[in-house]
Design a binder for this molecule. Structure first.
Ligand code: ADP
Length: 450
């Protein structure tokens, strides 16, 4: 499973935290507003009831109301009850539950079917054990409606707000991390292109990313240096080994000319000669690869690729005949391209040599060259042992051999196909292989025509 990116992780964390904090704040604010509203109404009703009570005058066993007494004041309705809870004066709002018990000096919220009321009662004693209750009633329905509407509105606005905050956060983080993406792309380009001489461009601001880029550049510097040293070492070793190996080969050849040698001695010298030739091939190929990796300049000249293939075919004809393999070459005239002749000879040599080495006796090798869409299409096809599927991808790797002993027997080094591939790449071409085990192998390549 793909790991979540830092951008998404930070955005999720940040949005999550903001959602929780903002959600808590909004809930607390709603609760606070509700509480403040209720207690303000409580104070208002109790003050109104106290104010209204000043209209009542007590005299011994009776009381009377001022003449101008109003039972309604600014949304609050007043009622007067006797000690048995019987309504004496005032009007009870229609939906208010009439049986609501009297409770002195305790503001309360009373809920009827779909309305809410704030009620405040106060009691006055007079005469001989007489009581008079004054009740103030006000509807808190509009306040409730306001609260409900606010809650509904928040339920819609809140998720939208969180999505908006998340999106803004994501784009801000994306902007901040853009430089990291740029660094990643540049590092990938450098490592894909395998050109360690390239360096990352440093950001303008001298921040953490500037430091990171600098560290990367230092790392590339060190890598380039150690690769250079390694290539130089390979080139030097291969070069130094050439002379002693050449001396061994020439001495063996000289010894073999001696007619007095016994059959056993001849055989032993031939074994040394065979291995020395293999070593010479190996050092030659290693030197070629090392020089190429050191950035050696190649002589790109106009050449006829068909003619070049003809030369290689003729050269390998004798070797093919040893296994009674028949080589055919089909090619159109004038297959001109721009390339390094030595390298292209080496490439065709490696492919046809392999076709012979891994071909069956009495088999066939077909070399087919064509012109197609301004490109040279070439194929080297054999009816040899073939390559099984699991090895097909790996045969291009250096020193990879499907059957080590068979390769050694043929004087193989395991470097042939990796050289073929880089020679083709150097000429802006591509190569692929098709093979069926036991049936045969085809190497198909293409280059630009001149
Ligand atoms: P080598 O020097 O061993 O031939 P190469 O790099 O040329 O090394 O080839 C790598 C391996 O690919 C060989 O060892 C062989 O197993 C396999 N191979 C290459 N060409 C052919 C072919 N035409 N038919 C079958 N196997 C092949």
């Amino acid at each position: 499973m793909r790991q979540m990116t830092i951008k998404k992780k930070i955005t999720l964390w940040y949005t999550g935290i903001i959602a929780v904090v903002l959600g808590t704040i909004l809930v607390l604010v709603l609760l606070f507003v509700d509480k403040v509203g209720i207690s303000a109404t409580e104070e208002e009703v109790s003050a109104a009831v106290t104010g209204f009570s000043s209209n009542i005058n007590f005299q011994d066993d009776s009381f009377y109301l001022e003449g101008d007494t109003e039972f309604y004041d600014d949304g609050i309705m007043f009622c007067i009850y006797d000690k048995n809870g019987r309504l004496l004066y005032g009007t009870i709002p229609t939906q208010f539950p009439k049986e609501t018990i009297l409770k002195s000096n305790t503001p309360r919220v009373i809920t009827s079917t779909n309305r809410k009321w704030m009620v405040y009662d106060t009691v006055y004693s007079y005469g001989d054990n007489e009581e008079l209750w004054v009740r103030g009633i006000t509807s808190i329905h509009s306040m409730e409606l306001f609260m409900q509407t606010s809650e509904k509105l928040l339920l819609i606005v809140y998720p939208l707000l969180i999505v908006l905050i998340g999106a803004i956060g994501y784009f801000m983080i994306k902007r901040a991390l853009k430089q990291v993406d740029l660094i990643c792309d540049e590092v990938e380009n450098i490592s894909n292109g395998k050109d360690l001489s390239k360096r990352l461009s440093l950001p303008k601001a001298k921040d953490e990313l500037y430091e990171l880029s600098e560290k990367f550049n230092e790392m590339f510097e060190r890598l380039e240096f150690s690769f250079k040293k390694e290539r130089q070492f390979t080139a030097d070793v291969s070069h130094e080994l050439r002379t002693p190996v050449a001396v061994i080969i020439s001495q063996c050849e000289y010894l073999l000319e001696n007619e007095k040698l016994s059959a056993e001695e001849t055989e032993e010298i031939e074994v040394i000669l065979k291995q020395a030739r293999r070593m010479s091939k190996l050092t030659g190929e290693m030197l070629m690869i090392a020089r190429n990796e050191q950035g050696e300049q190649h002589l790109m000249e106009k050449l006829d690729f068909g003619l070049l293939c003809e030369l290689v075919t003729e050269e390998l004809q004798a070797k093919a005949q040893e296994k009674n393999i028949h080589i055919t070459l089909q090619k159109p005239d004038d297959l001109f391209m721009k390339g390094d002749q030595t390298l292209l000879l080496r490439m065709m040599m490696n492919l046809i040599n392999n076709a012979i080495n891994y071909g069956k006796s009495d088999g066939h090798i077909d070399i087919i060259l064509k012109k197609e869409n301004n490109r040279i299409i070439g194929e080297v096809k054999d009816d040899g042992i073939g390559i099984s599927k699991e090895h097909l991808d790996k045969i291009w790797e250096r020193f990879y051999r499907v059957d080590k002993s068979r390769s050694r027997e043929n004087g193989g080094t395991g470097l042939g196909l990796s050289m073929v591939r880089w020679i083709i790449n150097l000429h802006q071409g591509t190569i692929r292989v098709e093979s069926i085990e036991g049936i045969g192998t085809s190497f198909i390549f293409q280059f630009p025509l001149l």
